[in-house]
Ligand binder design. Structure first.
Ligand SMILES: Nc1ncnc2c1ncn2[C@@H]1O[C@H](COP(=O)(O)OP(=O)(O)OP(=O)(O)O)[C@@H](O)[C@H]1O
Length: 957
């Protein structure tokens, strides 16, 4: 069997003959054991129904004669081969010429015909009195009266439904005239010629129910067009006339003859309804009829002749395409009622044939004020294309139960309900084109409508197997209940019923009526297609059975047309997702979800942006901090360099000052006279130091101390920091001396001498240090030079050597300069000495001892240091003596000094010379040396370097 999916048709194109049918043909599945039934078709006639069936309202009498099996129509022929349903339609059984002895079907027993059919002999008369009202389906301001008779009908007798422009009705169907079409939009109504002028009798809402009859082609080829036969079908007049017993004329909204194809059927029974569903109305289309009469063929169709369901799907998507102002969401469910149980065909394993049903959760029917009666839990699939939707339905079809019966090789054994839920909402808040104004849709909320497409199981009189009988029992019972509900609706309408309340209608007696409750009670547009078969072949009993069933179907159709009153209204638009009804509005939920996700996305993006900005800012700040730190470090470095440079400069200035001041202080006082020998704090120590310097050990000691102290300082630079003794007390520097005893440049001769001596010692130390450095530098230079040859990068070495040699040269120059200065000072000292002697001679010494002592002392103190004299250590350990007050006279100072000398002389430490000079006693020289060195070195012991050197020095001493 072909399973091709139908192609969506172009909006205005004609129906394509190549359109495929629903992909799942009925031959795909069969109930076990049915084949046998098919293979032995009613050889002994139809069996009596089971007891179960008989307990249901009217018994199901066994047919008196067996119905003949049409050749090639049954699913399995005599040879046991399955035959396609679409093949050999002419082999369908022909009804007998008269249906005299056929027992009533359960339907006929249950329903009360609104009006008995007229005598068959009589001219065709109206069987049912009904009126048509302005309708959404027939579009008629004036409905079509079923009682109107042929004369009252329009030429073709059809209720034409003009196809919407976007539909495929530009086909041959366009030739079908529209009779009394009414649209919500007056312009549309005006644009459509009203051809059916039958009068409306005012039954409001009646027009929303369409009842059509379709006659299946006779397998024998004896079609009903022959007015001479018992049945007369006039599609143009929408008339089915039966001339047999209980015969009469039956008019409906549409009557389709055997020549009418599925496309035409769809156009007339469902096209308008589908459009209304898309606009927000609920719509229900169901096919009703005896088994094998073409319900499934009409609803599903074939590959070459698609039925209502695929054509509706095509139109749904056409509508969506052509309505850009709204957005839609479609979801589909597919259920079957089999043996009074509901099964979800989309949740069942395909080909389950009921086997998978056992694993399914029981599906129940519930009622909700907004949704009406609905099955739950039921799988709903959201679909986005016709193909997808058809595939979903095809999947459900695979799971549907079918079986071979006496009249149908692949009979549907269940009522199948396809439900397509259409959600739609205005795409834009306002539509400037006014298109929505035209269709009356309000923007904002979501509108939910449902299209139910129902293929009922066929009623049958009897079945050969127990399983079929059980199925038949349930099928018949539900169909009977449907008939009863419709009858009662009719009674209500006519005021016969006491209770107008729908609660008292037996909807709950079957799952089918319960599910159809909404549609039957008027909240939906309804289109009922009743299928019949007028021809028959074989025995008279068979023909009678057919005729009876056909009549029952026709009566059902008539009652339905008369009873069902639809007040279908466009579904209200639901806003938000609250409540049970709101919760169903997926479109709104999705929209809100999308909105929420968008918001989240935006927030996230914002957060990320902020984060990125913050990170960038933090990075910038960090970079700024680093830059600041670097700048600070640079600044500190600069400051340090500056400080060092300043220190160096200061030292240099101090050094130069000392030189200058020392030169100045040489006898250049204010009075031009030589100042008296004042007490200087260095006096005692220096005198001894000089002596010490003469000894080898002393020289070694001092040399080392000087070297060590200066080694920590840069060449040509001395620390400006105040020096500290080992006790941490600040030690006054020698710089103060250079300013003179009173800081006025007027220094005593002795002070000047001392100052010069200190200077001399400094210079010597400095020279020694420089020499030492020079030697070191030369050594390093030579070692580098020798090593430099092996170093590949000679240029660098050469450059370094060059700088070192330059430095050495500079230092040499500096040393030379210092030596020159030293010589100057020596000269100055000699001059001073001679000046002192001259003074002594001039003044005459009253106290020769004093003079001698002073001269001797002076001589000792200012005597030039031997060659390579040891420099004084830069940091003296002496504490500065308190500066004598200015009031002290030079003489007094001299006196004190003399006294001191005298003391020494007396103690034998020094010996006074003949010319007043003094010298250290030889025997005591070593002692004095030791004593003085102890005194001199004591304060220096605090220095780390000196401490390290103290031991070997002591040994030397
Ligand atoms: N109008 C038609 N034109 C051609 N063939 C038809 C027509 N109607 C029905 N048939 C054929 O008759 C056979 C039975 O039709 P179908 O299965 O649709 O009947 P049914 O009413 O659904 O039966 P059941 O109630 O048992 O399911 C199928 O092979 C189908 O192809």
């Amino acid at each position: 069997m072909t399973t091709t999916l139908p192609r969506p048709r172009t909006a205005n194109g004609p129906p394509s003959s190549a359109l495929p049918a629903l992909p799942v043909p009925k031959t795909r599945k069969s109930v076990v054991g049915l084949a046998a039934a098919g293979r032995t078709p009613s050889k002994s006639g139809l069996r009596a129904p089971s007891a179960t069936i008989h307990t249901s309202p009217p018994p199901y009498p066994a047919p008196t004669t067996a119905l003949p099996i049409p050749k090639g129509v049954h699913g399995v022929n005599s040879a046991g081969k399955t035959i396609r349903k679409t093949v050999s339609i002419n082999s369908f059984p022909q009804p007998p010429g008269r249906a005299a002895s056929m027992p009533p079907s359960p339907l006929s027993g249950a329903v009360t015909p609104v009006r008995k059919a007229r005598a068959p002999q009589a001219a065709p008369k109206i069987s049912h009195s009904t009126s048509a009202t302005p309708s959404l389906l027939n579009g008629s301001g004036e409905g079509k009266s079923l009682l109107g008779g042929a004369g009252a009908r329009n030429s073709d007798g059809l209720l034409s439904i003009s196809s919407p422009p976007q539909s495929r009705s530009s086909s041959a169907q366009d030739s079908y005239s529209t009779s009394a079409t009414t649209y919500d939009d007056p312009t549309e109504m005006n644009g459509t010629p009203i051809r059916d002028k039958r009068t409306s009798k005012g039954a409001e809402g009646k027009g929303n129910v369409l009842v059509s009859v379709r006659v299946r082609p006779d397998a024998s080829g004896n079609n009903n067009a022959n007015p001479e036969g018992e049945w007369m079908v006039d599609g143009r007049k929408s008339l089915v006339a039966y001339r047999g017993r209980e015969g009469g004329d039956y008019y409906y909204d549409n009557v389709f003859s055997t020549h009418d194809d599925n496309s035409r059927v769809y156009d007339h029974i469902a096209k308008r309804l589908v459009r209304r569903v898309m606009e927000g109305y609920h719509g229900t289309v169901f096919a009703y009829g005896m088994t094998g009469t073409g319900k499934t063929f009409s609803m599903q169709g074939t590959a070459s002749s698609p039925g209502v369901i695929p054509l509706a799907i095509t139109d749904i998507f056409s509508y969506i395409r052509e309505t850009p102002s709204r957005e839609f969401l479609l979801r589909v469910s597919y259920l079957e009622i089999y043996n009074e149980r509901i099964h979800d065909l989309l949740s069942m394993a395909t080909g389950g044939g009921g086997g998978a049903a056992g694993t399914q959760e029981e599906i129940k029917l519930r009622e909700d004020s907004k949704r009406g009666v609905y099955a739950t839990p039921l799988k709903e699939e959201i679909v986005q294309s016709p193909t997808q939707l058809l595939r979903v339905i095809a999947r459900g079809d695979q799971a549907r139960r079918t079986a071979s019966t006496q009249f149908n090789a692949r009979s549907s054994r269940s009522h199948a309900v396809v439900q397509i839920v259409v959600e739609s909402r205005e795409r834009l808040p306002s539509n400037p084109t006014g298109e929505n104004k035209r269709s009356g849709l309000l923007p904002g909320g979501v509108r939910v409508s449902t299209l139910s497409l129902i293929d009922l199981a066929g009623s049958e009189k009897a079945a050969e197997t127990k399983e079929r009988r059980a199925e038949g029992s349930h099928i018949n019972k539900s169909l009977l209940t449907l008939g009863t509900v419709i009858s009662k609706l009719s009674e209500h309408k006519e005021g016969k019923g006491v209770d107008k309340d729908a609660k008292h209608l037996p909807y709950r007696d079957s799952k089918l009526t319960r599910l159809l409750q909404g549609a039957l009670s008027g909240n939906s547009l309804v289109s009922i297609l009743c299928t019949i078969q007028t021809g028959s072949a074989g025995s008279a009993a068979s023909a009678n059975s057919h005729a009876t069933e056909t009549l029952n179907t026709l009566k059902f159709a008539s009652r339905a047309k008369n009873s069902i009153v639809s007040h279908a209204k466009r579904a209200e638009e639901a806003l938000g997702a609250g409540g049970e009804g709101g919760a169903r509005v997926l479109l709104e939920r999705y929209r809100m979800e999308i909105q929420e996700l968008r918001t989240q996305l935006e927030t996230q993006a914002k957060t990320n942006k902020n984060k990125a900005e913050e990170e960038e800012m933090a990075k910038d700040e960090e970079e700024e901090r680093v830059r600041e730190k670097e700048a600070e470090a640079r600044h500190e470095e600069q400051m340090l360099e500056m400080q060092l440079a300043r220190t160096a400069l200061k030292e240099r200035i101090d050094h130069l000052n000392r030189l200058i001041l020392s030169s100045k202080s040489i006898g250049v006082n204010a009075g031009g006279s030589y100042s008296a020998l004042g007490i200087h704090h260095r006096f005692s120590q220096n005198s001894f130091r000089t002596s010490i310097a003469t000894s080898t050990g002393g020289r070694s000691l001092l040399e080392r101390s000087a070297s060590m102290n200066s080694s920590s300082s840069t060449i040509g630079r001395r620390s400006a920091e105040p020096r500290h003794s080992s006790g941490g007390e600040p030690i006054p520097t020698e710089d103060d001396d250079s300013l003179g005893e009173y800081g006025d440049g007027v220094a005593s001769l002795q002070a000047q001498n001392q100052s010069l001596q200190a200077d001399l010692a400094d210079k010597n130390r400095y020279i020694a240090t420089l020499e030492k450095r020079l030697i070191q530098a030369r050594r390093a230079s030579s070692s580098r030079a020798s090593g430099g040859f092996s170093v590949p990068n000679k240029g660098i070495m050469v450059g370094e050597d060059h700088s070192v040699s330059t430095l050495i040269k500079e230092k040499d120059a500096e040393i030379a300069e210092l030596r020159a200065r030293l010589e100057d000072k020596d000269r100055m000292l000699s001059a001073l000495r001679s000046a002192a002697r001259s003074r002594d001679a001039a003044e005459g010494l009253t106290d020769s001892s004093k003079s001698e002592a002073r001269s001797s002392l002076l001589c000792d103190a200012v005597s030039p240091p031997p060659q390579n004299a040891l420099p004084d250590p830069p940091v003296s350990g002496h504490k500065k003596s308190p500066v004598p007050s200015r009031s002290k006279s030079v003489d007094e100072m001299s006196r004190i000094l003399d006294e001191m000398i005298q003391d020494r002389v007396e103690t034998g430490h020094i010996v006074r010379g003949s010319r007043g000079s003094v010298r250290v006693a030889l025997e005591n020289k070593a002692e004095a040396l030791a004593e003085s060195s102890k005194v001199d070195l004591e304060p220096l012991r605090g220095g780390q370097s000196l401490m390290n050197e103290s031991k070997p020095l002591a040994l030397e001493v």
